[in-house]
Design a binder for this molecule. Structure first.
Ligand code: G6P
Length: 586
């Protein structure tokens, strides 16, 4: 979603804000803006585009002053325009705010404010908060009271930082992330630790429903009624500081390339949590697993894997769908939520629904301080470090690694896990990138790609199709092998490319037959397999490994294919149009 940042210190605020925004740009990136305060004057600069572009045209980082706020936007209310970009000043310009989330009752609030003489220039819900703050501040001349009165009127999920003309920074967090960074002589308010990690690793993870006030006397945290609350300063784990792309052209390529190491770190030091998870699953009457996007595809792999190797029935649910069937969760079940960010609103809502049926929540997540982990009885850490590329890559294989560990525990070691071998196999595929790059050149002008996989390879086909949609914007569809003749075969002709996920396992022969049927209709076949076949127009070789483990490696060439196809098409693989990494609104 959007990213917000605030800075209160002694240094020059604007360059610090711009740098922080650049590092959080993956959260939303259609427009950007910064406001700073100096000599009792607030100045706002903003524009449409990426942080670097808008900074070049508007000189965001040249704004004077040592207090400021900034924002990158992912449009919800109103088009992508300069006027709709944040920060938004109130009518008098005495308050200016940046906001992440959605104010559900903004229309009613807007009408009330209009009756009181306020005017609006943007289409955003944020401008309503700015003017409401202004109204409450004019009535009380007290920042704290103004914020308390304002949040008491807001409905929805939000986090915002407001800067007042007297130099006070105030923030509110309600179901959207907000973290305080504590520097030597300064404070940061940020959606993500990446906003300040360069300056400090001391952080306060603000609780939901808390307010923060920063002025020259320091920092105060209270609840929404203004009662002070205790807070704890924690050290941000080191790997989250690693958010540079180094020599890589893009974060996406860096993150794909990190997988030989990240799969080894998944679930590290969580042996007892894995044991407990398997114990909970064994003794549960019903087990569910949920997620959104890539995390849902990982959940689907869990369904196949646990059913085949551990004889455990587990129902995979798309998080955003659960609200349509809220009574479908059996009482006292185990509910596993998979989410890289731990912030996805759909996943959090699904967890909420499951809790109403008294489900025990277990989470597989990358961010241990996230809202999801907060809601869970048990947490399994992916430990794959920050994933900046909007399309999930390394987080997927880390989720799978944890799912494999749980399954192996459930079946008393039947998988004979050897992650070192998987890691070597992934390195081997990565080193073969030039062949994949050459195929990607051919895909540049292709409009439709189908990805076919049988059994456990079907969720990988679905994940592959998601990557092809997200990164190079190619329409792609994952097809369960046996379903080909029940419809998709009608689409096969010489304009179509089909990726066949076909390791030499029990699905091999049937899948090869499907590939031949497709080829007979003139479509081009890209075979991903450890075994060569004349049916493939292009063969992407993967190493031969244990049958159960193929899903962990067969996604890698398709991640690379999607990445290189985007590079060929000259689109930005890290920041696909219209998407955001953590979708924190419904
Ligand atoms: C967004 C991202 C996807 C991601 C999904 C779930 O839609 O664009 O890449 O898979 O959210 O994210 P989560 O953080 O819950 O795993």
């Amino acid at each position: 979603m959007c990213s917000i940042i605030g800075y209160y210190g002694k240094g020059s605020a604007a360059p610090i804000l711009v740098k922080g925004l650049k590092r959080m740009e993956y959260r939303g990136y259609d427009s950007v803006g910064v406001a700073t305060k100096s000599d009792n004057k607030i100045e706002v600069r903003k524009g449409v585009g990426k942080v670097t572009e808008v900074n070049d045209s508007e000189n965001l980082d040249k704004l004077p002053g040592s207090i400021g706020i900034g924002h990158t936007r992912w449009a919800t209310h109103g088009k992508v325009t300069k006027v709709n970009a944040h920060p938004h000043p109130s009518n008098s310009g005495k308050v200016v705010i940046v906001h992440n989330g959605i104010i559900e009752n903004f229309n009613e609030l807007k009408e009330d404010l209009q009756k009181n003489g306020f005017t609006f220039i943007s289409e955003t819900d944020t401008e309503v908060i700015a003017n409401l703050l202004q109204q409450n501040y004019d009535q009380t001349s007290d920042v704290k009271k103004a914020i308390i009165n304002t949040v008491s009127k807001l409905k929805g999920h939000y986090a915002f930082v407001a800067m007042f003309e007297n130099g006070i920074l105030a923030a509110a967090r309600y179901h959207e992330p907000m973290i305080i960074g504590i520097g030597k002589n300064d404070y940061f308010l940020s959606s993500d630790v990446l906003g300040f990690i360069e300056y400090t690793d001391d952080a306060i993870y603000i609780d939901n429903g808390n307010l923060v006030f920063i002025d020259s006397s320091g920092i105060q945290i209270s609840d929404f009624d203004g009662k002070p609350v205790k807070h704890q300063v924690t050290k941000v784990s080191k790997e989250f500081a690693d958010a540079y792309k180094g020599d890589y052209a893009h974060f996406t390529l860096k993150e794909i390339s990190e997988q030989p190491e990240t799969i080894l770190r998944a679930g590290e030091k969580t042996q007892s949590a894995i044991e407990q998870t398997s114990d909970f699953i064994k003794h549960a009457k019903t087990v569910y697993i949920t997620g959104s996007g890539t995390s849902y595809n990982a959940a689907l792999v869990a369904k196949y894997l646990m059913s085949k190797y551990a004889k455990i029935k587990i129902e995979a649910i798309i998080s955003s769908e659960l609200s349509t069937l809220p009574d479908s969760i059996e009482p006292n079940s185990i509910f596993i939520a998979v989410s890289q960010s731990g912030e996805s609103a759909d996943v959090l809502e699904a967890v909420n629904i499951a809790k109403k049926s008294n489900a025990k929540i277990l989470s597989i997540a990358n961010h241990k301080n996230s809202a999801l982990v907060h809601e869970s009885s048990l947490y399994l850490g992916m430990n794959c470090g920050p994933e900046i590329g909007v399309a999930a890559t390394k987080s997927f294989t880390s989720q799978l690694a944890i799912i494999y560990k749980i399954t192996d525990k459930l079946c008393d070691g039947c998988l004979g896990l050897d992650f070192k071998q998987i890691s070597n196999s992934i390195s081997n595929i990565l080193s073969n990138h030039s062949k994949i790059q050459a195929i990607a050149k051919e895909l540049k002008d292709v409009t439709d790609i189908y990805v076919l996989g049988r059994g456990i390879h079907h969720p990988i086909a679905t994940e592959a199709a998601l990557k092809l949609k997200e990164i190079p914007y190619i329409h792609a569809e994952g097809i369960p092998g046996g379903e080909l003749k029940h419809g998709p075969l009608a689409l096969m002709d010489s304009n179509v490319y089909v990726i066949i996920i076909n390791p030499n396992d029990s699905t091999y022969t049937d899948t090869l037959t499907s590939a031949s049927e497709i080829k007979a209709r003139g479509a081009k076949i890209i075979g991903i397999s450890d075994k060569k076949s004349d049916v493939y127009d292009h063969w992407i070789e993967i190493p031969n490994i244990k049958e159960a483990m193929f899903p962990m490696i067969e996604i890698i060439p398709i991640q690379l294919l999607a990445y290189y196809a985007a590079v060929e098409k000259d689109t930005d693989p890290d920041y696909p149009r219209n998407l955001a990494k953590s979708v924190t609104v419904k």
